[in-house]
Design a protein around this ligand. Structure first.
Ligand SMILES: [Zn+2]
Length: 79
């Protein structure tokens, strides 16, 4: 069973590299020979808040964009 993975990327990132935990787990179990990369790269345009990606082995990875901290916006005026 695939558990859904959620990773967060920086608010201003358009490309990212994340490690698939399912692959890391498989490699730790000796499944797949461990020669595959556990990480994969993707791209998320700035106007998108998130997306669903597949790693190289087809595990589902949900990527969410970090939101600029609201408190930062609020305190900018005070500071
Ligand atoms: Zn994977």
């Amino acid at each position: 069973m695939n558990r859904e993975q959620v990773v967060t990327i920086a608010a201003l990132a358009t490309t990212f590299t994340v490690v698939c935990e399912s692959c890391a787990h498989d490699d730790a179990s000796g499944y797949g020979g461990g020669s595959y990369g556990q990480s994969f790269a993707g791209r998320l345009d700035l106007d998108l808040d998130g997306g669903v990606f597949l790693c190289r082995r087809g595990h589902t990875v949900v990527v969410e964009r970090e939101r600029p901290a609201a408190e930062e916006l609020g305190s900018a005026a005070a500071a």
